[in-house]
Structure formats: C-alpha cells, structure tokens
Design a protein around this ligand. Sequence first.
Ligand code: ES4
Ligand code: ZN
Length: 319
Amino acid sequence: MPLPKAELHLHIEGTLEPELAFALAARNGVELPYADTEELRKAYQFSDLQSFLDLYYELMAVLRTEQDFEELADAYLERAAAQGVRHAEIFFDPQAHIARGVGIGTVIQGLARALDRSEEQHGVSTQLIMCFLRDQSAESAMETLEAAKPYLDRIVGVGLDSAEVGHPPVKFREVYEAAAALGLRRVAHAGEEGPPAYIWEALDVLGVERVDHGLRAMEDPELVERLVRERVPLTLCPLSNVRLRAVDVLEQHPLARMLAAGLLCTVNSDDPAYFGGYVGDNFHAVRDALGLELEQMRTLARNSFEAAFLEHDEERRGR
Ligand code: ES4
Ligand code: ZN
C-alpha cells in the first residue's frame, strides 16, 4: 500500500500523456508535428525549463472542449489515486488556453466535471489553483483574474508559473493584492531556476503561503532560517529538477539536506507525463537515490497534508 499523501504541485496540462494527446488530436482534427507516440516521447529530452515549456505549450493545442479537460483530469486522478494520493491541489494555466481561443469557462467547467466525482470515483479530494504565466504581462494576468470572477467558487487560490528568470515576483504585486482581496490563497513558483531573492520576494511582496519548488533556498542560510521559523512549505519536484537540469543527478538533489535543515518539504510530480513519473514514483526515486528511511518518507507524506489548503478535520481524515 502506498503512503497516503497530498499532491500540491501538479500542472494538469503536464499530465497529458502522448496516447491521450494523439487521441484528442484525432478527435479535434489537430495536426501534431510528430508521427506517433514513440516519436513524441523522443522529444522529451530537455536542456532547461524553457525547452520543456516550448513542447508543453505546443501539445496543449489538442485540448479544446470541456470533454477534453474532463478526460485529462480524470486520467490524472485515476493514476494519482493508484499512487496513494488522497488530496490534490491542481494547477491550471488559463492564459495558455485563452490564447488559443479556448475560454476559461471551458477549462474550469471541463476540469470540474472530473473533479466533482473524484471523491466518489477515486477517493481523492481536489482543489484548483489558477496560475498566471509570468512571462506574460501583469495586465494579462489581471485580465485573467477578472475573467475568472464567475468561477471563483471553484478556485482555492492563485499561483505563478512558466519561465522564471527575468520575471521576478514583484511584477505581479497588484494582481496578487487583488487576488488576496477576493479571498484567494496565494502560492508562486520561486527558486526553480531563479535566485533565492525571488523566494524572498514571493514571500514579502506577493504574500505567498507556500513556495513552489524553492529548490535554490539552500543557497541562502538566512532564507532557510526564515522558512524554517515560519514553517513555509516547499513543494519540491525531484524528477522534474533532474529532467530540466536544475540538478545534475537525483543523488545530488538537496531534499535530504533540506529535511535535515528542518524545512517543511513536500514531494510532488510537477508535469508527470513529461518527467518520468507520478508522485509515488517521485517518492520511490528519492528514497532510492538519497537513501531516505521510512521515517523520512512518513514525514514527507505528513508534511503534504500539513501544507495543503485543507480544513483541520479534513487534514486529519487524510492521514
Ligand atoms: C512548469 Cl516545471 C514548471 N516550471 C514552471 N512553470 C511550469 N509550468 C508547467 N510546468
Ligand atoms: Zn511547476
């Protein structure tokens, strides 16, 4: 039996497996520049975050209807449940769809169809976190927040993703202020490729409660001290870090050192269709590569519920 866990860093568009991509392409009459799933999988060789994002945005062209988003989310929830996930906080990237003429209502309502039956069907409770693309303008992010207003009851919070370097959190100060005023929780990717200064900024300027990745925090002892003191959760994604060359090999991943430093670390899958595994696969991979003990694995699972946006009674039930 896999350890019960919550998944807190998961891009739903990053769960698009090659088989589903081709099935949706055929159904929607979208032409993909790959002959078959095998050729597509060969393209999953990344040199950095941007080289991945190029493919990630390209493949999204196959997602067009509510049914597409429903099938995408349903396939993820089924795989996640099989790996012990009891609660999932799911990122989506509305701007990437709006840009292709797919409305935010199609995305949210399509995902909601799968999410609404997830507890019953898969035993997984869910939340949605709407992400802004940081390589697009702050105005575009504000327009997206505005467009989401009819669906706010479906969204627990906002996040910040896409190309990090050159797009510091401060660019989105006003958008995050507006999101907070609407009662939305706040997270942001920071310190994946960007410097520790971006983590400070995400905390101090955007008021985030949780840092996505936070991998580079270990370069700044004062920052580590603060994250430990305030028990700010970090949503680490070890297989992602290897595939996107943020760390050379899994054996050199800082997770074990971060746990030893007292950081509230969680392990997540990020874009599992692209990075070689779902969250249970990430748990196994770090256990084997870093020699983690069962007690540390239990800590990671317990941390995931502590870091989740769950009420306390729900949190207890998950453990
Ligand atoms: C992402 Cl790994 C990663 N980093 C930043 N933005 C993303 N969007 C999807 N996956
Ligand atoms: Zn991510």
